[in-house]
Design a protein around this ligand. Structure first.
Ligand SMILES: [Zn+2]
Length: 162
């Protein structure tokens, strides 16, 4: 499903651990970018729901684009929401966060959706589909949001004191 906030779980947890070596803004942008294709399919009823964008090849191309666009757009966004402490976004951080975003996205969607074929066009297999239940996957993603969010908040608070 496009733009599911569950994909943010891995990013929030990662941000708590890696601090400014990871950009949650660029990561979030890549989650939106990769789901534009399924959104268009849902709106037009044409094409494969999880098509090329949800393959390793597609995720690599979208990750490259998001790494390039993520730094300037992410920095603009951080200025708009008045979070100058996270500026500037390093190019390495931008690309790293974008690739973690797109690859973790197809990893999670591969478990959840039978039509995700990550190895396409080389294989139509869905090797990760159903390896854990959707309920377990949701719990893990939500745990990432809550535990990661709490950890991030605690670290942030400690940093402000020192
Ligand atoms: Zn998706």
């Amino acid at each position: 499903m496009p733009f599911t906030p569950l994909h943010m779980g891995a990013g929030v947890a990662l941000k708590a651990v890696t601090r400014n070596s990871f950009s949650l803004v660029v990561f979030g942008g890549s989650q939106i970018a990769i789901d534009i294709q399924p959104l268009v399919v849902m709106l037009t009823n044409k094409g494969e729901l999880h098509g090329f964008s949800h393959t390793i090849l597609g995720a690599t191309l979208i990750g490259l684009f998001c790494g390039l666009a993520g730094k300037p757009i992410g920095e603009l966004f951080l200025r708009l929401i008045r979070k100058p402490g996270y500026l500037p976004i390093d190019w390495r951080v931008s690309f790293g966060s974008a690739f973690i975003g797109t690859y973790s996205h197809i990893f999670i969607d591969s478990i959840m959706h039978s039509d995700v074929t990550p190895l396409s066009p080389f294989s139509t297999a869905s090797p990760l589909y159903g390896i854990i239940s959707i309920e377990t996957l949701h719990v893990l993603c939500l745990a990432g949001v809550f535990v990661g969010g709490l950890a991030y908040w605690a670290v942030e608070k400690k940093c402000k004191k020192t």
